[in-house]
Write a protein that binds this ligand. Structure first.
Ligand SMILES: NC(=O)c1ccc[n+]([C@@H]2O[C@H](COP(=O)([O-])OP(=O)(O)OC[C@H]3O[C@@H](n4cnc5c(N)ncnc54)[C@H](O)[C@@H]3O)[C@@H](O)[C@H]2O)c1
Length: 473
């Protein structure tokens, strides 16, 4: 068998330079068709001989990279943050959903390495983009991370590569942004020279039962070839794949999941405010409604919605809907309710202090929990931080305790160090506000020592003694 070097252009190294050369007649060369490249890539995937590039090693990218590596695939993580690169290469874990021992294992075996050198994208067969998709200050999608990282992939990517976006975004992003940027940067043709797909990450940080590996993975590609390659690849990292007909279906499915949560949590938050006015315990109402064996799923109220997904993703859909002359009123209204929740919680604290003849201004308020949900070290978009800003604006003297978050910074630029949770510190506060329900907190100790408690998480639900000092949501 003979081998031939195929170069795409003078500057770009082709992934197929060492493919077996097919001879037609005696002297002409049959070009490497899409079919040949696909067969080659599938074979490499099957033989675990692929190099998977993961762009962005955060909450989504690192667990995914570790899962691919655990299955025996070689993974190269591309990350802009040098500290994360250093940590990964030293086997030091910084994401709670990743097992320390697993990261150490795969980095020790050199199955997973991280790099700041993006030119190594040229060595990868598959590239998975896991970069942030925030909203800008006008609540509009900020796709710059996605666009920049895709352009970088395109700058170095070789022919015959598979590219998959995992960042949450509005439907049509893969078709209208990812594929065109890659075509522009490479000069290659999509679904002929490379394949493009979208597969949303559905990780639920802190969830002990469902992880990246055992959560079904939705996958939509621009072509049946891309879908086949994507399925073959992801099979190594996840237990089940749910293929759909296009990237836009996969993109929309992810946003549907998070919109469903935004709308329902906002609904129960609004009902909680009404119930309070009507002297009805919303928590008791939810328990009662839950006895219906069908057609009802319980959502629980709180000070607002946090995290990098639910408060943001639905507004990606609202943005693109406008292009189709759609006003997504449900999302808009849910967003309004959510935006107002921290303010309303500040009013609740003010009201609780009034009952004991204290003003909000000058009162010492201890916030319990600033992570956006229980038992995780993530305070992105946390409503507790927004509540802190509201309280500080009204002149309260705020401190917080959260064993998961040693330092907290609010949007208004206030920085706090976490305070330890001792009986003295609790007793010294004019009001303790339970904002996040961490399970490592001794709530009985707080009930015993606090002067006044605003319980936004129903941690004292079912308690009968000592409740005169507790104001519930
Ligand atoms: N965190 C979650 O629970 C979750 C769940 C599902 C989906 N998502 C989605 O996944 C995407 C990533 O979210 P995340 O939580 O992992 O974000 P993250 O901020 O934790 O991680 C993103 C990483 O990408 C890096 N990065 C940014 N630009 C880069 C570039 N050009 N090249 C290389 N690295 C770059 C950042 O330094 C960071 O480490 C977002 O679209 C998010 O909406 C997040």
């Amino acid at each position: 068998m003979r081998f031939c070097l195929v170069k795409v252009d003078s500057s770009r190294r082709s992934a197929f330079e060492f493919l077996p050369l097919k001879m037609v007649g005696t002297c002409s060369i049959e070009p490497y068709t899409s079919d040949i490249m696909k067969a080659h890539l599938l074979k490499k995937i099957q033989q675990k001989d692929v190099l998977v590039g993961v762009i962005g090693l955060g909450y989504v990218g690192l667990p995914l990279a570790v899962n691919f590596a655990l299955s025996g695939l070689r993974v190269l993580g591309f990350e802009k943050d040098g500290k994360k690169v250093e940590n990964v290469n030293a086997g030091i874990n910084y994401i709670a959903d990743v097992e320390d021992a697993e990261l150490k294992d795969v980095t020790g075996k050199k199955l997973l390495e991280a790099t700041l050198d993006f030119s190594k994208i040229a060595d990868c067969d598959a590239l998975i983009i896991c970069v942030p998709t925030p909203l800008d200050k006008f609540k509009k999608p900020d796709l710059t991370y996605v666009e920049d990282s895709t352009a970088t992939v395109g700058k170095y990517m070789t022919k015959g590569s598979f590219v998959c976006l995992e960042s949450t975004t509005f439907p049509t992003t893969t078709e209208d942004y990812i594929a065109p940027i890659l075509e522009r940067e490479t000069g290659f043709k999509k679904e002929v020279d490379f394949w493009v797909a979208f597969s949303p990450e559905r990780v639920d940080p802190g969830n002990q039962n469902y992880t990246t590996r055992n959560t079904p993975k939705i996958l939509g590609a621009l072509s049946s070839d891309g879908l086949e390659i994507g399925e073959a690849l992801y099979k190594h990292a996840v237990e089940s794949i749910y293929p759909v007909s296009s990237p836009r279906v996969a993109e929309m499915a992810k946003i549907l999941e998070n919109t469903y949560r935004l709308v329902n949590i906002s609904l129960i938050n609004e009902l909680a405010l009404l119930a309070n006015q009507m002297n009805i315990d919303i928590w008791e109402v939810i328990e009662a409604a839950k006895t219906k064996p069908y057609g009802f799923q319980a959502f629980y109220p709180g000070p607002g919605i946090g995290g990098h997904c639910i408060p943001l993703d639905p507004f990606y859909l609202e943005y693109i809907a406008a292009k189709y002359h759609f006003d997504l009123t449900m999302i808009h209204t849910a967003g309004q309710i959510d935006t107002l929740m921290p303010h309303r919680m500040m009013v609740k604290v003010n009201f609780a202090l009034n009952k004991v003849s204290k003003p909000l201004r000058g009162s010492k308020i201890l916030i319990l929990g600033v992570a956006y949900k229980p038992n995780i070290a993530d305070d992105r978009e946390s409503p507790a931080l927004k509540l802190i800003d509201e309280l500080v604006r009204k002149g309260a003297v705020v401190s917080y305790s959260d064993s998961f978050i040693p330092v907290a910074q609010t949007a208004n630029g206030h920085t706090f160090d976490a305070t330890p949770l001792t009986p003295e510190i609790v007793a010294n506060a004019d009001c303790v506000v339970v904002a996040t329900r961490h399970s490592n907190v001794n709530y009985d100790m707080i009930l015993e020592n606090a002067q006044l408690i605003v319980d936004l998480q129903n941690v004292y639900g079912g308690k009968t003694t000592g409740m005169e000092k507790v104001v519930k949501l």
